[in-house]
Design a protein around this ligand. Structure first.
Ligand code: BTN
Length: 275
């Protein structure tokens, strides 16, 4: 594992080298005590030659990027905030499944720690515990005719004890959900192994496995509203298409959404979408 001169190796990551069981993910890494955004940094690093699987970890982000231009806010030193650079042939038909594959990987990592609580997934890539968001995932891709560079950004609430006002009712951490603090280094090592395995499936012949694993953890049959391209449509979750699109039953029709935000209709009347 390499460390750049300007990066700090916080204590939480001292063991990562020993614990890592991946082939590529995290084998080259940068650690920052504070950084604007690990997604921004890993894309910048990618432009100057960072290898496939390069990892950027921060103990705190000052401008963490969330979906729809929102800011991802963290309590310093408590969570896992990182981005992995994935290099693929571009355009690639598995690219739309990377976020879903990552959500499955996170859920698979958390499941043994949270039992009997079962991690569930909300399309496109939120990981929930007891209905509250525990992990946000942001894949950002630079795609040209021959190559794709994807920053796969993961923000997992690990030991955060409270959340600011607006988010408080919708977010949780592993510690709050299970009642126990969780050591971050082994969790990161296991998550990187799962992420490598599931994103490899998305980019090879394992796409149907990704879709099946995601569908298995999502609330098929529940009533949701989808906000996409400035319109809100209500319907029932039908499933996930081969390319990662959400299938929504609206009356007799199945509509497909490739991007957007899903909100449970039970929640919508009382809470804003997100976090
Ligand atoms: C979401 O809005 O649900 C996605 C949040 C993604 C946050 C993570 S934290 C690490 C990585 N770096 C960023 O700037 N964002 C992602």
């Amino acid at each position: 594992m390499t460390r750049t001169p300007d990066s700090l190796p916080p204590a939480l990551l001292d063991d990562l080298t020993l614990l890592l069981q991946t082939h590529r993910f995290g084998r080259t890494a940068e650690f920052h005590a504070a950084l604007d955004s690990t997604n921004r940094r890993v894309l910048e690093w990618g432009r100057i030659g960072a290898p496939d699987g390069a990892l950027v970890v921060a103990d705190h982000q000052t401008a963490g990027r969330g979906r729809f231009g929102r800011q991802w806010v963290d309590e310093p030193g408590q969570n896992l905030l990182f981005s992995v650079l994935i290099r693929a042939n571009g355009p690639h038909e598995g690219l739309g499944l990377i976020g879903l594959a990552a959500a499955v990987a996170v859920a698979e990592t958390l499941a043994p720690l949270t039992s009997p609580l079962r991690p569930t997934l909300k399309w496109p890539n939120d990981v929930l515990l007891a209905g509250r968001k525990t992990c946000g995932i942001l894949p950002e891709a630079l795609v040209t005719a021959g190559a794709a560079e994807i920053a796969l950004g993961i923000g997992l609430n690990v030991n955060q004890g409270e959340f600011p006002g607006e988010v408080a009712g919708r977010a949780t951490s592993l510690m709050l959900a299970t009642g126990r603090p969780v050591e971050r280094a082994p969790l990161l090592a296991e998550m990187l192994a799962q992420l490598e395995e599931w994103t490899d499936r998305a980019l090879s012949d394992g796409r149907s496995k990704v879709v099946a694993a995601f569908t298995e953890r999502m609330a098929v049959g529940t009533e949701i509203s989808v906000s996409a391209s400035g319109r809100i449509v209500s319907g029932t979750v039908h499933g996930i298409a081969d390319d990662g699109a959400l299938e929504l039953r609206v009356g007799d029709e199945i509509r497909r959404y490739h991007a957007g935000e899903a909100t449970s209709r039970a929640k919508r009347s009382t809470e804003p979408p997100g976090p």
